[in-house]
Design a binder for this molecule. Structure first.
Ligand SMILES: [Ca+2]
Ligand SMILES: [Ca+2]
Ligand SMILES: [Ca+2]
Length: 150
């Protein structure tokens, strides 16, 4: 009797597990197709890439600066545009290429990062002071800008 009980519980347990797993896969499938849908509708020139301009078009102006960063965070290969795959990356898989990190800081896109641009994401945070020191240190020729070579 006890053994039977045990098996009953076991099968109930595995049923729960299976249905849980099913539920999860359904959720993530839904998620992925939702992301694919936004990707397709955002890709206005239908070249299968999201360019920064296409990405920002979807987002209110006052959030552009933050969203710019989230765009470049997903750009793994540094070509400054997103494939569907890059677009769908979960936050913990986002390891941007150094070129994208650079582009993400270069707000006016002049190919160099001024000290202000460099410090800007950290303004008001506890890192601000350290970053300011870094900025002076990294700017080898002390002209107030970083270039890619620095
Ligand atoms: Ca496009
Ligand atoms: Ca890319
Ligand atoms: Ca700049």
């Amino acid at each position: 009797m006890q053994v039977l009980d045990f098996f009953k519980r076991l099968s109930l347990f595995s049923l729960l597990l299976v249905s849980g797993a099913l539920f999860c896969t359904q959720l993530s499938a839904q998620d992925a197709s939702g992301q694919e849908e936004s990707f397709r509708s955002w890709d206005s020139n239908t070249d299968q890439y999201l360019q920064l301009a296409e990405y920002l078009k979807q987002i209110p102006k006052d959030q552009h600066e933050r969203q710019r960063r989230s765009f470049f965070e997903r750009d793994l290969d540094g070509d400054l545009k997103l494939t569907l795959e890059e677009f769908s990356l979960p936050p913990d898989k986002r390891t941007p290429h150094w070129k994208s990190k650079f582009a993400s800081c270069d707000l006016d896109q002049d190919g160099r990062i001024s000290r202000e641009e460099y410090i800007r994401p950290f303004l008001g945070s506890k890192w601000e002071e350290g970053i300011r020191k870094n900025a002076v240190h990294f700017d080898r020729d002390q002209d107030g800008y970083f270039t890619i070579s620095e």
